[in-house]
Design a protein around this ligand. Structure first.
Ligand code: NAD
Length: 453
C-alpha cells in the first residue's frame, strides 16, 4: 500500500505537491541497487569520479535559481538564504571533487618489507536529513561519501523532500551512474530505521534531534555500524564589556533568527557582561525591530515562517501567557506558520527557554559577572554545538574559545559553517565531524597491507 504526504507552503498553508512515500520493499530494493552500483562506482578511475562530481556541481549551479525557488516554496526559506544553500551544495561538491585523486594512503617504514595503507570505501551509506536545511545537510553527507567511493541512499525529511529529489535528478543528468545516489522520500520510523537495520547499509549519517540520534546510535550498535550524528544545540552568544557593542547588537538577531531560528547553531542564549547589560539591551531593541518578517520570496525579507503548524505550536509553548517578553518584532497575521522575533528577559536558569533547544525565533538575554562566569554559563548545557564570543581582546577571545565546550566557535561574528573546515558537536550535540579535509575519513576504513621483500 503506498502512502502519500501533502507538502504545504509554510508561508500560505497552500498545497504545493503530494509526494508518494517509499515503503519497506522500495527501500530494500533501493539499498540493493546501491550495493550493486558500489561494485562499479568504487572502481571508477579517480580522475573520472572527480570529473563526475564537478559535472554534478555544474548541474547544480545551472539549476541554482530553480532549486532556491523550490526551497522557498517547500521550506519557507528566504530567497537569499535559499540561493546560498543551493550554492553551498555546488561548493561542497566542487570541494570534494578534489578528493578522489588526493585521498592518499601512507607508506610506513617497517622491517622486512613495505607497508602501505589504503582508504577503502565502506559500501552503501545511508544519509538521513532534517527539514531545517534540506539542501546543504544532504550535500555534507553525500558529497564526501561519493568522493570516497561509496554509494548513497538518502532520506529527506517528510516535510521537505523537493530539493533533495531535484538533486537526485541533477546527479543523473550530470552522468552519475544509476544507483550511485538515490533519494528515498519516506518516514523516519520506516525508511530511516531501515538504514539502521539493513546489513547492506554500512554507515549512517544522521542529522536531526538528539532523541532520534540516540535511538539511531543504539540501533547501529547491533551491527557495530559507524554513525555520524549532528544533533541539537543551545549555543551561547557571549558579549564582553570590551566588545564593539554596536556591532555585537546589530549582529545578534542574525545569530539566532536566521532561518527563523530553525538552526542547530542558533545562538539562543545571549550572555552579556553585567556592566554593559542595560546598554546592550538599548542597542538590541532597534536591531530586533529591523528584522522584517514576511513573504520569503521577497528579496527584502529577513525572516520567513516556521516550517509547520506543529513547529509553531512548539515554539509558542516557550512563550506562554505571562512570559517575560522584553521586546517583540512583528509577523504577518493570518495563514502561514508565523512567529515574531522575540526576546525574553529576565529568565530563570531552570526556565525551558533558557535550557532547551527552541528551534524558533526566541532568544533569552542573561547577564554574567566575569570571564569565568561566562564560560561556566555557556557550558551549563547538555549541548555543545557552536557559540560566539564578542571582545576586542584577542587573548580573552582565544581563552574563552578554548574554554567553551562546543565544536564551532566564532569570534566577533556568528559564522559556524564553512565547507573547508570541520563542523560538528561536543556532548549531546553529536558525534564525528562533517565537512573540511578530514570528513573523508568518516567514509572510509583504513586498510593496512604488508609486502615482504
Ligand atoms: P528529527 O530527529 O525528528 O528528524 C530528522 C530526520 O530523521 C528526518 O528525516 C526524520 O524523518 C528522521 N527520523 C525520525 N525518526 C527516525 C527514526 N526512528 N529512525 C531513523 N530516522 C528517523 O529532527 P527534525 O525535527 O527533522 O530536525 C530538527 C532537529 O535537527 C533539531 O533538534 C536540530 O537541532 C537538529 N539539527 C542538527 C543539525 C546539526 O548539524 N547538528 C543540523 C540541523 C538540524
Amino acid at each position: 500500500m503506498s502512502v502519500s504526504f501533502d507538502i504545504l507552503n509554510p508561508a500560505t498553508e497552500e498545497l504545493v505537491q503530494t509526494i508518494d512515500l517509499a515503503g519497506l520493499d522500495q527501500t530494500d530494493a533501493a539499498i540493493e541497487r546501491a550495493a550493486a552500483a558500489f561494485e562499479s562506482w568504487r572502481n571508477v578511475a579517480p580522475a573520472d569520479r572527480a570529473l563526475l562530481l564537478r559535472r554534478f556541481a555544474a548541474a547544480v549551479d545551472a539549476d541554482l535559481e530553480n532549486l532556491a525557488r523550490l526551497e522557498v516554496l517547500n521550506a519557507g526559506h528566504t530567497i537569499g538564504n535559499a540561493r546560498w544553500e543551493a550554492g553551498n551544495v555546488r561548493d561542497v561538491l566542487n570541494y570534494y571533487s578534489g578528493a578522489p585523486e588526493r585521498h592518499f594512503g601512507r607508506q610506513i617504514p617497517v622491517p622486512g618489507g613495505v607497508n602501505l595503507t589504503f582508504h577503502e570505501p565502506l559500501g552503501v551509506v545511508g544519509v538521513i536529513v532534517p527539514w531545517n536545511f534540506p539542501m546543504p545537510i544532504a550535500a555534507w553527507g553525500f558529497a564526501p561519501a561519493l568522493a570516497a567511493g561509496n554509494t548513497v541512499v538518502l532520506k529527506p525529511a517528510e516535510l521537505t523532500p523537493l530539493t533533495a529529489i531535484r538533486l537526485g535528478e541533477l546527479a543523473l543528468q550530470a552522468g552519475l551512474p544509476e544507483g550511485v545516489l538515490q533519494i528515498i522520500p519516506g518516514k523516519g520510523s520506516l525508511v530511516g530505521e531501515r538504514f539502521v537495520t539493513h546489513p547492506l547499509v554500512r554507515k549512517v549519517v544522521f542529522t536531526g534531534s538528539t532523541g532520534v540520534g540516540k535511538r539511531i546510535m543504539a540501533g547501529c550498535a547491533g551491527q557495530i555500524k559507524p554513525v555520524t550524528l549532528e544533533l541539537g544545540g543551545k549555543s551561547a552568544n557571549i558579549i564582553f564589556a570590551d566588545a564593539d557593542l554596536e556591532q555585537a547588537a546589530a549582529a545578534a538577531p542574525g545569530g539566532v533568527f536566521d532561518n527563523s531560528g530553525q538552526d542547530c547553531c542558533a545562538r539562543s542564549r545571549i550572555l552579556v557582561q553585567k556592566s554593559v547589560y542595560e546598554k546592550f539591551l538599548g542597542l538590541l531593541e532597534p536591531a530586533i525591530h529591523a528584522v522584517t518578517v514576511g513573504d520569503p520570496a521577497d528579496e527584502d525579507t529577513v525572516m520567513g515562517p516556521l516550517i509547520s503548524a506543529k513547529q509553531l505550536e512548539t515554539v509558542s509553548s516557550f512563550v506562554p501567557a505571562g512570559a517575560p517578553v522584553l521586546f517583540q518584532g512583528t509577523a504577518p497575521q493570518g495563514r502561514g506558520f508565523w512567529f515574531p522575533p522575540t526576546v525574553l528577559a529576565p529568565v530563570d536558569f531552570d526556565a525551558p527557554a533558557y535550557r532547551e533547544e527552541i528551534f524558533g525565533p526566541v532568544v533569552v538575554v542573561v547577564p554574567f559577572e566575569d570571564e569565568a562566569d561566562a564560560v561556566r554559563m555557556a557550558n551549563d548545557s547538555v549541548y555543545g554545538l557552536s557559540g560566539s564570543i564578542w571582545t576586542q581582546n584577542a587573548g580573552k577571545a582565544l581563552r574563552v574559545a578554548r574554554g567553551v565546550e562546543a565544536g564551532n566557535l566564532s569570534v566577533n561574528s556568528h559564522s559556524s559553517v564553512r565547507y573547508a573546515t570541520p563542523f560538528g558537536g561536543f556532548k549531546q550535540s553529536g558525534l564525528g565531524r562533517e565537512l573540511g579535509p578530514d570528513a573523508l575519513d568518516a567514509f572510509t576504513e583504513t586498510k593496512n597491507v604488508f609486502i615482504a621483500t
